[in-house]
Ligand binder design. Structure first.
Ligand code: ADP
Ligand code: MG
Length: 739
């Protein structure tokens, strides 16, 4: 007989084979076999960066392009043709024959459409061409991308436009090189259909308001102030054969079933542990490719859960950091396949062990003015720092809901608030020292003397500031870490752009408020700068200090305390996305030209649509697996057991009746909950049309997800009862511990 678990046995065998191969070849499978061993020699070699621009462009064109990039000026159309030609030569010399405008549709994925450089010359031959207009602007039939009603299909054309601030690069594959041009994606009427456009808009708003504040401190910035982002990316890496043998991992990216393994992460032996050699070979391959793409990857380590890892580049300008994070995710997935593995970016692939997040380390500044979240070396700089700090406190308090909404998805709902990731309540961890100083301001008296490790700033009304952020708090969704804020609620698979936009937006508004407040105080001659800053801090702490929380975010007391403080708590996506309709958010986004009301509504609809599609897919998959894999295994085992019992009793040997009864009642429970889920799935409307999308999403949250959980409990119970050789799915133990 064909064994019931043939694919599973095969999976197990091929893991061993891959491991052998990987160890033999030390994992050298990068497409560029000629990669030199010193990364400084090849870092950025696939990027049309400053060095390439200098080499390939006439001096005046280089200068004009450089100004466009550095100062955010418009691109001179006369320059575009020359740049396109240079880019083409550079790319073709390196073996490229196609180019693509890369854009980031609202699904959060990366999209590309390849075009050849070749054009027929009319005489039977072909010419390689790439015009300025092809570089600057492309047309994309966007009808298949979600637009949340922004663009009905009869006007489906969208256009892509080059984002000069994110350099073009070459994507390598064994099939050849492609010149990739990072672009925005808009409708013909200028509506943002992508994740990048709002990033650029929000950076502009941030720049304007930050510059106003700086001017009050006598700083006249000539370069734009921009956001910076350092994105830590967590992921799971498991053998590809296990994924092939599990429809849930393959299709949904997470295990819909699976009994807890006898050993999980409780020994804490994985975090920062020795990286297994097969995984290390994978990581080294990923890093070599990313170096070539100019992505400054810096850190790699084991994460808390078995088979979980992290990769983090050094921070860059926020826009570039988002693009690079998309590239990192692409390279991780692609490289894993080449190594016979699968990179799971899902936020919660395995219940009962930690899920994966993405941390956005956020700061603002420029080369010229430095990091505006870094406490300075003198009282003047510290006053400036405190103003920017106040803007964060105020912004976070007023727009906590918005920040929660941008990180919500069906998959991230499984992680947030599950005592492994920050809670769904957005609060700010400042550390005791900094909070203490701000509290003293609120009380109107700054008397406390300098503590150990404090910088003595000596004069004026300003107290000493901590030279060191002090303690670290892992339970907070938003923490000050010395010279930046770490936003930890992002899901591992999502684009970081939305979170960046929300942060920039709240900063723009709060800096606007701060600038106006200080201008009024100073203009009327009421206060000195120091006194005006003191009053600002007092006001912000009075009105918005409630968002500061330095305690344990996982505790239940915090849930109650947060409610008392009036902080929003949206545990799930259908609630969180309602925020996009609130007047405060619409007002914020419209005032700073980041989103129109219509664009926000589209984001609301698309996030719900994605939610609905995710739950729908998981529900169908769960039913299919339960009916065709788990149920047959269970009844075969019952059959086997029953025959054994009747054979034994024929011989007069008492045997196994209790076990059979137990198994049977487990099967009954399973059957009933499977039937319940099937009925539910028929009654829920899965079509994401506008009228019922909210109702359907709520139905998913209130009924479908709990019914799936119920079915899983019965199934996982069966997994611990049914004979191992009959069980059709690779177990947690195999997936997580065999490398
Ligand atoms: P940890 O795991 O301790 O939080 P990591 O070293 O993994 O720290 O990641 C920290 C991230 O923060 C890196 O991407 C780093 O470049 C980034 N970072 C450091 N300074 C800044 C800054 N001023 N602005 C934004 N990001 C920063
Ligand atoms: Mg880290």
């Amino acid at each position: 007989m064909y064994p019931a678990n043939a694919s599973r046995s095969h999976a197990v065998l091929s893991v061993a084979a891959h491991r052998r191969d990987a160890e033999l070849s030390a994992g050298v499978t990068s497409p560029s076999a000629e990669t030199p061993s010193d990364p400084t020699e090849y870092f950025g070699c696939n990027v049309f960066d400053d060095k390439a621009m200098r080499r390939y462009l006439p001096k005046d064109v280089y200068k004009s392009l450089r100004t466009t990039i550095d100062l955010g000026h418009r691109l001179d159309p006369a320059v575009a043709d020359v740049v396109a030609n240079a880019m083409k030569s550079w790319a073709m010399e390196r073996g490229a024959d196609h180019y693509t405008h890369v854009f980031y549709p609202l699904t959060g994925l990366t999209a590309e459409k390849h075009d050849s450089f070749l054009d027929p010359d009319g005489k039977g031959g072909a010419l390689a061409q790439f015009s300025g207009s092809a570089l600057v602007q492309g047309e994309a039939d966007g009808s298949s991308f979600p637009s949340g009603g922004l663009r009905s299909t009869f006007e489906a054309r969208g256009y892509t436009a080059w984002d000069v601030t994110s350099p073009a690069y070459l994507m390598e594959s064994p099939a050849g090189m492609v010149l990739c041009i990072p672009t925005v994606f808009l409708s013909w009427t200028g509506i943002a259909l992508d994740k990048k456009t709002p990033v650029l808009r929000s950076n502009q708003a941030l720049n304007q308001q930050a510059a106003r504040v700086l001017r009050l401190f006598g700083v006249e910035p000539s370069m734009p102030i921009s956001s910076n982002g350092g994105l830590e990316q967590e992921y799971f890496l498991v053998d590809g054969s296990f994924v092939s043998a599990r429809p849930d991992l393959l299709i949904a990216g997470r295990a819909l079933f699976g009994a807890h393994p006898p050993k999980g992460q409780e020994f804490e032996d994985q975090y920062y542990g020795v990286i297994p050699s097969r995984v290390l070979a994978f990581m080294a391959d990923v890093e070599r490719q990313l170096y070539r793409l100019g992505v400054p990857v810096k850190t790699r380590h084991n994460e808390v859960a078995p088979s979980q890892y992290e990769i983090a580049p050094t921070f860059e300008s926020g826009n570039l950091a988002c693009d690079h994070n998309q590239l990192i995710m692409t390279v991780l997935r692609k490289t894993a396949r080449r190594h016979g593995m699968s990179c799971l970016l899902h936020e919660k692939p395995f219940d009962c062990i930690n899920g994966s997040g993405k941390h956005l380390n956020y700061s603002i500044g420029s080369k010229e003015v430095g990091n505006l979240f870094a406490p300075g070396d003198n009282p003047h700089e510290n006053a400036q720092f405190l103003v920017f700090l106040c803007a964060v406190i105020r912004g976070l308090h007023r727009h906590a809901g918005f920040l929660r909404a941008v990180v919500s998805s069906a998959s991230n709902d499984r992680r947030l608030g599950a005592n492994e990731a920050p809670p769904a309540i957005i609060s700010l961890f400042l550390g005791d020292q900094l909070t203490d100083i701000l509290e003293q301001f609120r009380a109107g008296q700054v008397t406390k003397s300098a503590r150990k490790r404090l910088m003595n700033v000596g004069v004026d009304t300003l107290p000493p500031l901590p030279a060191d952020p002090g303690d670290r708090n892992r339970t907070s969704p938003f923490a000050f870490v010395g010279n930046r804020f770490e936003f930890r609620a992002l899901g591992s698979s999502m684009s970081a752009a939305d979170a960046l936009v929300a942060l920039n937006a709240m900063m723009a508004e709060s800096l606007d408020f701060a600038a106006t407040f200080l201008e009024d105080e100073l203009g009327s001659g009421k206060s000195s700068l120091g006194e005006a800053v003191r009053k600002l801090i007092e006001t912000v702490m009075e009105e918005d200090g409630a968002v500061i929380f330095n305690g344990n975010g996982y505790s239940e007391i915090w849930q109650k305390e947060a409610e008392r403080r009036g902080l929003p708590n949206y545990p799930a996506t259908p609630d969180a996305v309602q925020v996009y309709k609130q007047q405060e958010v619409v007002g914020l986004c419209e005032k700073y030209c980041i989103f129109s009301r219509q664009e926000l509504k589209a984001r609301h609809d698309i996030q719900l649509e994605q939610y609905l599609k995710t739950v729908h897919t998981e529900c169908s998959l769960a039913i299919r697996m339960a009916r065709t894999q788990i149920y047959p295994a269970a009844i075969r085992y019952r059959q086997e057991m029953a025959s054994s019992i009747s054979a034994c009793s024929a011989l007069g040997i008492p045997a196994g009746m209790e076990s059979l009864k137990e198994l049977s009642s487990q099967i009954q429970g399973f059957e009933a909950s499977l039937k319940a889920l099937e009925d539910l799935s028929l009654s829920v409307c899965w079509s994401p049309d506008e009228d019922n999308i909210e109702k359907s999403a709520r139905g998913c949250l209130d009924h479908v997800i709990p019914a799936m959980e119920q079915l899983r409990q019965w199934a996982d119970g069966l997994e611990s009862m049914v004979a191992d050789d009959l069980w059709p799915l690779p177990s947690y133990q195999e997936i997580l511990f065999m490398k």
